[in-house]
Design a protein around this ligand. Structure first.
Ligand SMILES: [Zn+2]
Ligand SMILES: [Zn+2]
Length: 599
């Protein structure tokens, strides 16, 4: 969540509902252990709330029914939430038996932390919120009374261990998570999405569909792709490569190792050194595995000789495998890896070409995302903040920001402007695409950079015959092949569109005597450019169809006596639909149409 959407959330009704639910749950849990329950913190979170407890025994999922029942009673009694400002001493007196609260009160009193122990700049007013018998150290806000909570729209979800203040040296508390919504339907949808997300988990599907593996022998975050997985990579990269070529990009190749000095010159060393793998020394020279392409592309631009303004914009694209140091605990399947193949592009242009180039990037991104059936996305425009990491040049920042806004407006793209989230070298626009179950993924990015080309000495000769520094646009459309594949597996639940399916058709002979015909069908399909396999195992036909369906293969082409005689195949779709026998030529044209349409 960006800072601004977080602020909006904190002012929303849902936030108050969840926060109030956390208090109501804490009351219910305290009543289960009279005089023995110690409470810590209980904030609302993205889709619900939690509360941390120190209790005489471990809670279990069986306790949830009791707690929820008591919560419903508290809700139906419509107890008002009353706010009261207190002094630190009054607060200490109220919570004299609650050591965690006392520690938080001391933090509030000293200043520097809020009632959750989070750092804040000012010294806050200390306030309580009380409903029924429960009082919490709390700045609110809350709903008016407990009856404002919909008793059929909340649910306790799970219990996890959480160290007090995140410190492994401090006591381990029991964190009870819950979710709360305005309506029972919203709760139902949320639970459905969670269930669906579990089923679609790309780490599980990747294994089931035989697409990739992670091996301890190779190392964490370094996935190995099977022939099917590599076919997906190839198709994805080919599609983006062809689209880029159509948009006037030129593909380049700049290798994997780079002298560290280049990253010092470009400024990456200072800003990203923690994301780089450790240095390699050779003959007194320090090398790094390439964590980004920009400095290499700029060097190439320079080495190609003196450029004229007539050559601009010059668009370099590269599918480059980059190596980024991620902590092993943060690695996750394909969506967080240490070797990522970015569809990275750098556009060298004149300052007055920013708007037109940005528009071209927008169009390319929209075309590519639509091909992958991402039609619902938000654009976040990240602008300079007041902190020191931004390179100073007010006029350039303003001009670039204005060009980006103008291009977004001219193309009717809605966006949210967020201050303080720009890269150190300029403003950027990020595309957050929503998948079929409503999760947001940051995919494409376009970043304006008026700093690095100057640092690395990139120049072109302008119309005036004088040398000028080009503006650089950094652009990625799918982000990285690995992460995007992870997202696609979940977006399509493994049932890729026909054009992207590693195996488009499985040919299934009914009996051994049909194997010869089946092979002829396979050959004809292959000759027409389709990716096809044949299942000659001596399994029953139904079992073969089921297995192909489990592999999410779009077409199953069954070959028996009748089909062999007629030059036909009986078509089954992975959805289970039975299209019956059709001449092979008709089936091939049906498949071609599906590929073209992007089905
Ligand atoms: Zn509270
Ligand atoms: Zn770049």
């Amino acid at each position: 969540m960006s800072n601004q959407s977080k602020e909006r959330y904190e002012e929303s009704e849902l936030y108050k509902i969840r926060h109030s639910c956390a208090h109501i749950m804490a009351q219910a849990v305290m009543e289960m252990f009279p005089g023995q329950a110690r409470i810590a913190i209980g904030p609302p979170i993205e889709s619900g709330f939690y509360y941390d407890f120190d209790l005489p025994r471990q809670l279990t999922l069986d306790d949830f029914e009791t707690i929820e029942k008591r919560m419903r009673q508290i809700i139906s009694a419509k107890h008002p939430f009353a706010r009261k400002e207190v002094s630190a001493d009054e607060a200490r007196a109220q919570f004299k038996d609650q050591p965690y609260k006392i520690e938080l009160i001391d933090g509030l009193d000293k200043g520097g932390t809020d009632e959750y122990g989070n750092p804040i700049s000012e010294k806050p007013v200390i306030s309580f919120y009380t409903h029924d018998t429960f009082t919490d150290l709390c700045r609110g806000p809350h709903v008016e009374h407990t009856g404002k909570i919909n008793p059929s729209a909340f649910k306790l979800m799970s219990i996890a261990g959480a160290y007090w203040r995140g410190d492994a040296e401090r006591p381990q508390l029991q964190r009870v998570y819950g979710t709360a919504w305005k309506t029972a339907d919203e709760l139902k949808e949320y639970l459905w999405k969670l269930e669906e997300a579990k089923k679609r988990d790309h780490r599980k599907l990747g294994k089931d569909l035989g697409l990739f593996y992670l091996s301890d022998d190779v190392g964490p975050g370094l996935p190995l792709f099977t022939p099917k997985g590599e076919m997906l990579r190839y198709l994805m990269e080919k599609y983006v490569r062809d689209t880029q070529t159509k948009y006037g990009y030129q593909h380049v190749w700049t290798g994997h190792l780079v002298k560290e000095d280049l990253y010092r010159k470009s400024g990456h060393y200072d800003n990203y050194k923690d994301s780089m793998f450790p240095p390699m020394e050779d003959e007194g020279v320090t090398f790094r595995l390439k964590p980004m392409n920009c400095p290499s592309h700029m060097t190439l631009f320079k080495e190609m000789g003196l450029h004229s303004y007539k050559e601009l914009p010059l668009r370099f694209a590269e599918f480059a495998t980059l190596y980024r140091y991620e902590k092993t605990g943060e690695l996750n399947g394909l969506t967080r890896v240490r070797a990522l193949t970015q569809d990275d592009c750098h556009i060298f242009c004149a300052p007055d070409q920013i708007e037109q180039e940005f528009t071209l990037c927008l169009n390319l991104i929209r075309e590519v995302l639509a091909r992958y059936k991402f039609t619902d996305y938000n654009v976040r425009l990240s602008l300079r903040g007041s902190e020191g990491k931004y390179v100073a040049d007010d006029e350039k920042w303003e001009k670039a920001t204005a060009a980006l806004k103008a291009a977004l407006d001219a193309n009717g793209v809605d966006y949210e402007a967020v201050e303080g989230e720009a890269a150190f070298y300029g403003p950027k626009a990020d595309f957050l695409a929503r998948d079929v179950i409503g999760r947001e993924w940051q995919l494409s990015t376009i970043q304006v950079d008026f700093i690095q080309p100057a640092r690395l000495g990139c120049e072109y000769i302008g119309e005036d015959g004088q040398p000028h520094t080009p503006v650089l646009l950094h652009r990625a459309v799918t982000g990285s092949t690995e992460r995007f594949l992870g997202v696609l597996i979940e977006h399509f639940a493994g049932a890729f569109p026909v054009w992207l399916s590693p195996v488009q058709a499985m040919v299934i002979p009914i009996a051994d005597r049909h194997v010869g015909y089946a092979h002829r069908v396979v050959q004809q399909l292959k000759d027409s450019g389709f990716r096809v396999e044949v299942d000659t195992r001596s399994e029953r036909m139904q079992a073969k169809i089921r297995d192909a369906q489990m592999q999410k293969i779009p077409y199953m082409l069954v070959c028996g006596d009748k089909e062999a005689e007629a030059g036909a195949v009986a078509v089954r779709l992975r959805s289970g639909e039975d299209l019956k026998a059709k001449p092979l030529a008709e089936v091939m044209s049906m498949m071609s149409t599906a590929v073209e349409r992007g089905d």
